[in-house]
Design a protein around this ligand. Structure first.
Ligand SMILES: [Zn+2]
Ligand SMILES: [Zn+2]
Length: 138
């Protein structure tokens, strides 16, 4: 694997978000419209389709395996096994800011960020912004 891991933001409906959050659901079945690869990160955003809103709950997972071109799997879809990044990371995947050094968020947004997820892997300033970064969107 020589390519840099990509970060993919994906919408997750509440029914599934709970199961991902408590780690009962360690896979994602998705249309492969963005070239998912082992080592990529999924930023899973709980999304309420009824009112077209994000709830604010976020879970970050790594892609451990990608299954495609397999009998039974519709063409263009992949199944990914995903897992939590254990232990609090305390470093934003996108901007790299930490508890101790958040100057870039302050420069960009005028205020210090907060952690968007329980594992401290993505900051509030980066949750929906991706300037110059390799991030694909929902
Ligand atoms: Zn950040
Ligand atoms: Zn920050």
């Amino acid at each position: 694997m020589c390519s840099k891991p990509k970060i993919h933001r994906l919408k997750v409906w509440p029914l599934y978000f709970d199961d991902i959050d408590c780690e009962n659901k360690g896979f994602e079945l998705r249309i492969n419209d963005r070239g998912f690869e082992i080592g990529d990160y999924l930023v899973l955003l709980e999304y309420q389709p009824a009112n077209d809103e994000y709830t604010g709950r976020v879970a970050v997972r790594t892609v451990d395996y990608v299954l495609d071109n397999h009998p039974g799997l519709v063409d263009g879809y992949v199944v990914m096994s995903i897992s939590r990044l254990y232990g609090e990371m305390d470093e934003c995947l996108i901007c790299g800011c930490t508890e101790n050094d958040c100057h870039q968020c302050i420069e960009e947004t005028g205020q210090a960020c907060s952690w968007a997820d329980d594992d401290h892997t993505i900051c509030s300033a980066c949750l929906f912004s991706d300037e110059g970064k390799e991030v694909t969107n929902v």
